[in-house]
Design a protein around this ligand. Structure first.
Ligand code: G3H
Ligand code: 13P
Ligand code: ZN
Length: 332
């Protein structure tokens, strides 16, 4: 059994307090491999931002939980070597059972998400409470994120055709009964690179899809019910058109891609939203560069010369998010 404190990691409690009062959000970036982790740490050290590293069930299957955990431990040392001891959280993304959360907690994660949003309200409360009781009784307090409301799109093994917005009248009861440390809500974001169907969008003069705005009215209602309580936004990639264009130019097919506009995320980050999850944008950035290099340099076969530039683009993307979208730069 390993405690996260021994790995140099921290939980989210103090970080969220500061983020809510400071009007910014922490970046929660998913990682599955070395280059993604290097890019995240380089960007967060350079912009002096705290960071939440996320491991999904998909990442556990792809890369092995123990390897990922030890990479996170290495990331603490890597940040130090790069010149700044930024706070680093290791979070299980979309945990779907008590056993999975327990396993991650015992192996050194400093935070877990228990996503009971697909269960009935009562089942969600019971499962989330059970995870909180276990996580909070550890020698080093492990923070827990719960979820109310359902995001459309694919969440690991679970996929939903339609979103169900969080009901503000449930949040106070949920937080009180479960003891959760933060709450993921559904106000119109969704997972993946095609967050809305074209029929849900309008189009600008150039035919580019314009998504419907986030439901800030629901967010405000939630904030009234649980003032200052840490809120989390999943599915918050912006799906930059420039990456989609490069991918399609070099043979990819990503029709009807549309994300959440960055100005809306910036507005959310200034509220009690203190954690913003971004994964798809990183995938697009890497794929764009990889496709371009493979097309333009057919003689190239050293993965370092393909993944290295992809890592550089990823780092630029994350640094820009920290500075201009989340407001987390200069907070570490
Ligand atoms: O919430 C979904 C994340 O983007 C993780 O996706 O299960 O494909 O790693 P993944
Ligand atoms: P995106 O698909 O919008 O990047 O969302 C990622 C996420 O919510 C991970 O939990
Ligand atoms: Zn998510």
């Amino acid at each position: 059994m390993t405690s996260y404190a021994d790995l140099g990691l921290v939980n989210t409690v103090e970080l969220f307090k500061k983020a809510v009062s400071g009007g910014y959000a922490l970046p929660a970036y998913n990682f599955n491999n070395l280059e993604q982790l290097q890019a995240i740490i380089q960007a967060c050290v350079e912009t002096k931002s705290p960071v939440i590293l996320q491991v999904s069930s998909g990442a556990r299957k792809y890369a092995n939980q123990n390897l990922l955990k030890n990479m996170a431990r290495g990331a603490v040392e890597y940040a130090h070597e790069l010149g700044r001891d930024i706070p680093i959280v290791l979070n299980l993304d979309h945990g779907n059972s008590f056993e999975l959360c327990k396993d991650c907690i015992e192996s050194g994660f400093s935070s877990v998400m228990i996503d009971g949003s697909h269960f009935s309200y009562e089942e969600n409360v019971a499962l989330t409470k059970k995870v909180c009781e276990f996580a909070h009784s550890r020698k080093d307090y492990v923070s827990v994120e719960g979820e109310l409301g359902i995001l459309a799109g694919v969440e690991d093994d679970v996929s939903s055709e339609h979103s169900h917005y969080t009901q503000p009248e449930e949040v106070e009861d949920f937080v009180k009964k479960t003891g959760v440390d933060s709450l993921a809500i559904s106000i119109g974001t969704s997972h993946g690179r095609a967050k809305f169907k074209p029929a849900q969008c309008t189009r600008d003069a150039n035919g580019v899809l314009i998504p419907p705005p986030l439901r800030f009215d629901i967010l405000e209602e939630i904030e009234k019910k649980i003032p200052g309580f840490p809120i989390v936004l999943h599915g918050a990639s912006s799906v930059p058109p420039e990456y989609v264009e490069i991918i399609e130019k070099y043979g990819g097919r990503l029709s009807d891609s549309v994300g959440i506009p960055e100005d809306q995320l910036r507005r959310a980050a200034k509220s009690a939203v203190c954690k913003i999850n971004i994964d798809s944008d990183g995938r697009l950035a890497m794929t764009a560069v990889i496709r371009r290099i493979l097309a333009e340099k057919p003689e190239e076969f050293d993965p370092r010369n393909i993944l290295g530039p992809a890592r550089e683009e990823l780092k630029k993307l994350y640094a820009r998010k920290n500075i201009h979208v989340l407001g987390s730069a200069e907070r570490a």
